[in-house]
Design a protein around this ligand. Structure first.
Ligand SMILES: *Cc1c(COP(=O)(O)O)cnc(C)c1O
Length: 382
């Protein structure tokens, strides 16, 4: 059996005719920039996220940057972010000229550990980027309590968590603003790059709308120097078709995750933990195993591709060495996790036989290493 790491063909096939019709409608109208489908998507997505405003932008990286710019964060300011995340959670902090201050991961959820947050706050702290990593919501209640106490803004990086819930509330509605990515492999993916800012803050929403569109409120009156960071109408048309399927697909991801949990239970790998009262949406199914490199190699040879999200923590990335000065061991949890995490194949619609095949190959790896260990023990004994 050959297992892909993700399989998006299933979801594309299911809505192929609808997407073609939606695209044909855009072509017919010719409103490629800031068109009707974009306005419709922004309304539907705000509604889905239970917030007042959604603003379509060109990608997730931009979405975070525009939120920070919307809050006038820049040189001299500090923005807190987790040590274990995708590089694009932190890059925008440096793009606006602010300084990232990192916080270690929670040992169970891999998200920012709220117990370590307060110690990272200084008089310069203006905002916190909280990442719902792998699709598991960060522990938002204590994070928001601390943020409110210090009058610090919170932007959720929701790029991996479309539709996830924390204590019954949907992510994107938990902080002061949230930044989504619609990169094709995300839980809600476009047919190219895309992103959105969502917020209940009307002033921020209006500013982000202007920032993404050359500083204009009305055409040809450029109130400040902005950017061209709009979401294409064609991508919005695609997203309009896929959005109504998001919850069902997240449920399918959880079903595959439940199967993995059950079948991995007797093997020496640490399965993902789920906080009580949280709905994980399993953008990724990440296990932890000390023999990671050897297991990954074994799986690759057995036709099971895996990945590592992420092998290098933020403070060890070459691109941040001029702005960060954290020596090794500064974030022991994130560093240990980075050395042991392994993302297994996961997609909505991944079936029982596929999960069982992956788990059987993992079991085979441990049986083999047991045999090798026994042989070594015998040789040493002889
Ligand atoms: C994908 C991703 C981003 C960036 O999104 P793009 O649309 O690719 O720019 C940011 N943060 C996290 C956690 C992501 O997974």
């Amino acid at each position: 059996m050959m297992i892909p790491f993700v399989n998006l063909q299933i979801q594309h096939e299911a809505v192929k005719a609808e997407v073609e019709a939606a695209m044909a409608d855009v072509l017919q109208r010719g409103d490629f920039i800031l068109g009707k489908a974009l306005t419709e998507f922004e309304a539907a997505f705000a509604d889905y996220c239970n917030v007042a405003h959604a603003i379509g932008v060109d990608n997730g990286l931009s979405a975070i940057e525009l939120v920070l710019r919307g809050w006038n964060i820049g040189a001299g300011d500090e923005v807190i972010a987790p040590a274990n995340t995708f590089h694009s959670s932190v890059l925008p902090i440096t793009t606006v000229g602010a300084t990232p201050v990192l916080v270690d991961s929670h040992p169970d959820t891999y998200t920012l550990d709220p117990a370590l947050l307060e110690a990272a706050i200084t008089p310069r702290t203006k905002a916190i980027v909280v990442v719902h990593l792998y699709g598991h919501p960060a522990d938002m209640d204590p994070i928001m309590e601390i943020a409110r106490r210090y009058n610090v803004k919170v932007v959720e990086d929701t790029a991996q968590a479309h539709g996830a819930r924390y204590k019954g509330r949907i992510v994107g509605s938990l902080g002061d603003a949230a930044a989504f990515s619609f990169y094709p492999t995300k839980n809600l993916g476009a047919y190219g790059d895309g992103g959105a800012v969502v917020t209940n803050d009307s002033a921020l929403a209006e500013r982000v709308r202007m920032l993404r569109n050359l500083g204009q409120r009305v055409r040809n009156n450029h109130e400040f120097r902005g950017w061209n960071r709009r979401l294409d109408t064609l991508q919005a048309a695609v997203l309009n078709v896929h959005l109504p399927h998001l919850d069902a697909r997240n449920a399918q991801r959880r079903e595959a995750a439940d199967l993995y949990d059950k079948e991995l239970a007797n093997l020496p790998v640490v399965a993902p933990k789920r906080m009580a009262n949280c709905e994980h949406v399993f953008h990724l199914y990440v296990v932890r195993v000390p023999q990671r490199e050897a297991l990954q190699k074994h799986l690759q040879e057995a036709g099971v591709p895996t990945a590592i999200h992420y092998p290098v923590p933020i403070h060890m990335q070459p691109c941040f060495q001029d702005v960060l000065s954290y020596p090794q061991n500064s974030f022991p949890v994130a560093e240990t996790q980075a050395a042991e995490i392994l993302s297994l194949p996961m997609w909505p619609g991944m079936g029982g036989p596929e999960v069982s095949y992956v788990v059987a190959k993992i079991a085979e790896f441990f049986e083999k290493s047991e045999v090798v260990e026994e042989e070594l023990a015998r040789e040493v004994g002889a």
